[in-house]
Ligand binder design. Structure first.
Ligand code: HEM
Length: 431
């Protein structure tokens, strides 16, 4: 059987630089070679594919043909016990345990704190009038994560927040551990973060009262054999959770803000829907569920600009897809963004059109995959959807925003999509 068409690019670095820098990398090669092609990135021969069938194949064959894979820098910085580095039965066991902090009951306990933090930021922005929004949105999502995961207030202003930034900066870098490299600094950041998390966990274990946060749920969580998480594992898992939800949610919320500013008709409809709900009461999960137009908007935001662009795997066994061979040991990459751009699935795919989700017609499985799917589907999916919706409902009720002129709104693609100039806006309180 033939290998997929395509080219491995330059010696050693292959196509890594093009892949990281060119947002159209996959689209261009798709046009040149067809929907399945080979390349070489991060030093590995890699098969690119996309579309509903490719997602179905890759995401429903975890552990059979594929395992999740990360660059060396990410593996070292996430730590050996991180859920992301587990596979097979061990992965499923840990996932089940961690889900205790992300199931429906846990979410009910998170709404109040999420709403308070959102309100604090809205009041602050209303006074600032103009600003570059993206860095603020990053602080906002970190504050929510720090409070709801480990019970820390104003997380972005604390040592935890600063060390986290240094750590994040090295996640996708060359794994050279020297004091002046990105990776070296991030490794130091990891040590400091773990020390801090250890203090927080020990305080908790000694009975310091906690609010409703994921850490308290994880400390008391047990697996099927009745075992709890060790201190070392708690630290690695909490660090993963801080990471997994931060850039992704920031990107999703920023895209919502951008697209609504660019589509006043959608903004007007979202606002009209909000007016059907009492303005003063705290928001409830029940009310959020009733916001069906906002739900469509959120779905369309994640279709058009999915924060995670691709699913990355390594083939642990040779297999075949679409008439081509995928050799054992090669990397496999299934495109989320590319799938969402398939005009067979989504007519006029470049258009922002929340109406495409208005009917309950059942989409083919794995054709809408912003949160991945199968055994490794996003663990924080409902948490993310809750935060996006709560943020959106509240901001639309309280603020109007417009884009300032003369800014580059093109999206930087890696690690998650964000407007090049950071989204510069002007605010006004709604009247
Ligand atoms: C996994 C997307 C928010 C925790 C994933 C995957 C995707 C994804 C596509 C699958 C990766 C793969 O199969 O290789 C997103 C998006 C988010 C978001 C688009 C926001 C809009 C969150 C949040 C949390 C979270 C808020 C937790 C606080 C995780 C974890 C995994 C994961 C722990 C790994 C699951 C596993 O390996 O079993 N996410 N995510 N995510 N996500 Fe999210």
């Amino acid at each position: 059987m033939a290998l997929p068409p395509g080219s491995f690019g330059l010696p050693l670095i292959g196509d890594t630089i093009n892949f990281l820098q060119d947002a159209q990398f996959a689209k261009k090669r798709h046009q040149q070679y067809g929907p399945i092609f080979k390349s070489s990135i991060f030093g590995q021969p890699t098969v690119f594919m996309s579309g509903q069938e490719a997602n179905l194949f890759v995401l429903s064959n975890d552990n059979q043909y594929f395992v999740a894979t990360w660059p060396a820098s990410t593996r070292a910085l996430l730590g050996p016990l991180s859920l992301s580095l587990q596979t097979g039965a061990n992965h499923q066991n840990r996932r089940k345990l961690l889900y205790q902090a992300f199931g429906p009951r846990a979410l009910v306990g998170y709404v109040g704190a999420m709403e308070n933090i959102t309100q604090r930021y809205l009041d602050k922005w209303a006074k600032m009038e103009t600003m570059t929004w993206y860095p603020e949105l990053r602080n906002y999502t970190f504050d929510v994560a720090a409070k709801l995961l480990v019970g820390i207030d104003n997380g972005s202003e604390t040592a935890l927040g600063h060390n986290f930034e240094t750590w994040c900066y090295g996640l996708f870098s060359i794994a050279l551990d020297l004091p002046w490299t990105r990776f070296g600094k991030a490794k130091k950041g990891r040590k400091l973060l773990l020390a801090e998390l250890e203090n927080i966990i020990r305080d908790r274990q000694q009975g310091t009262p906690s609010g409703n946060d994921a850490l308290s749920l994880l400390i008391s969580a047990r697996d099927d054999e009745g075992n709890s998480l060790s201190l070392d594992e708690l630290k690695d898992q909490v660090l993963l959770l801080l990471f997994a939800g931060h850039d992704t949610l920031t990107s999703a919320i920023a895209t919502f803000c951008l697209l609504l500013a660019q589509n006043p008709d959608v903004m007007a409809k979202v606002r009209a829907e909000q007016q059907q709900f009492p303005a003063t009461e705290p928001l409830t999960l029940e009310q959020l569920k009733q916001m069906t137009y906002l739900e469509q908007v959120m779905r369309e935001v994640l279709r058009l600009v999915p924060p995670v662009a691709v699913i990355f795997r390594t083939a642990i066994n040779a297999c075949e897809f679409g008439g081509y061979e995928i050799p054992k040991g090669w990397s496999v990459l299934s495109g989320i963004t590319q799938t969402h751009q398939d005009s067979q699935l989504y007519p006029e795919p470049d258009r922002f059109d929340p109406e495409r989700f208005s009917s309950e017609r059942s989409a083919k499985p794995f054709s809408y995959v912003p949160f991945g799917g199968g055994l490794r589907e996003c663990l924080g999916k409902e948490f993310a959807r809750l935060e996006m919706k709560l943020f959106a409902a509240k901001i639309v009720r309280e603020l109007e925003w417009e884009l300032l002129p003369d800014q580059d709104l093109n999206l930087i693609a890696v690690p998650t999509p964000r407007p090049r100039d950071g989204l510069r806006v002007k605010f006004r309180r709604t009247t």
